[in-house]
Design a protein around this ligand. Structure first.
Ligand code: PMM
Length: 269
């Protein structure tokens, strides 16, 4: 999943793609780089971010969703917590709703997704973006995140969203310390097991805990650490990763598939 942030304030690329034409060109490049999904968002969820009003969110993303749905040749997801924005994006061609609130911020979200028969990504977040990094606290972060996601799965299915349309995400960086993020990655197989057959998406790309682990003050310098994380996640049961640098992630995914499919004798014959 390639990230197309049409925001002035996302943490690593805020403002770069605010002009719709630039965002569209960027999305097309990510598709050419090997993205299977383009995730278009108009509201930053970085820690401390202010909420964006619905009209402004629509103004930012709809031209981008419609152009990418028509021209990219890959699926478009809309990164929003608002049912009205999801509806407009679906009408513009999006086929996936990526909801960082897992249906808790807008009571109409789950029904909307069910009625439109699109795919749904439910993410874990402790608190809300404005305050989530103030004092995140867990007794057992892996068990609590798994329990939350299983609860939201029940709610989504109760609303009428088919199970095979649902993907879940532990929400790296959303109400979590660096230690919580690292624990979720270390124990990814436990999380994947607890979620049985539900595909897991991981969004660690350029997040600040990677900088604190490997150094690299600016967000783009975290791409190397992101790539290592991508390989780790794919090897430990993740189905998808949400990344800024699609080219390297897609190459790594291809390599992993090739290595998994052959024996050394095949390679050196
Ligand atoms: N992270 C961000 C935004 N949306 N959606 C999902 N499903 N998972 C994430 O980890 C996630 C997300 C924040 O990162 P950005 O500012 O780079 O988009």
């Amino acid at each position: 999943m390639g990230i197309v942030n049409v925001t002035p304030d996302s943490f690593s690329d805020g403002g770069r793609w605010l002009d719709p034409e630039l965002a569209i060109a960027h999305g097309l490049e990510l598709a050419a780089d090997g993205a299977d999904i383009l995730d278009v968002g108009g509201e930053s969820t970085r820690p401390g971010a202010a909420p964006v009003e619905e009209g402004e969110e629509l103004r930012r993303i709809i031209p981008v969703v419609s152009a990418l749905a028509a021209r990219s040749g890959v699926a478009v997801s809309v990164d929003t917590t608002k049912a009205a924005v999801a509806i407009a994006a679906i009408d513009a061609g999006a086929t996936i709703v990526n909801d960082v609130s897992a249906g808790r911020l807008d009571p109409r979200m789950l029904d909307t997704v069910a009625a439109r028969s699109v795919d749904y990504i439910a993410m874990h977040m402790q608190g809300e973006p404005r305050t989530m990094q103030t004092a995140p606290h867990y007794h057992d972060v892996v068990a609590e995140v798994a329990e939350f996601l299983l609860d939201r799965l029940v709610a989504a299915e109760a609303a009428g969203i088919a199970r095979e349309r649902i993907m879940v995400d532990p929400g790296i960086g959303f109400g979590k310390t660096a230690e919580h993020n690292l624990t979720l990655l270390c124990e990814l197989p436990t999380l994947v097991d607890a979620l049985s057959d539900i595909p897991v998406l991981i969004g660690a790309s350029r997040k600040s805990f990677l900088g604190s682990l490997v150094g690299g003050a600016d967000a783009a310098a975290r791409d190397d650490a992101t790539l290592a994380t991508t390989v780790w996640c794919f090897e430990r049961g993740a189905t998808a990763v949400r990344v800024h640098d699609v080219r390297s992630a897609a190459r790594a995914a291809r390599l992993l598939e090739t290595v998994a499919a052959v024996t050394p004798e095949d390679v050196f014959a």
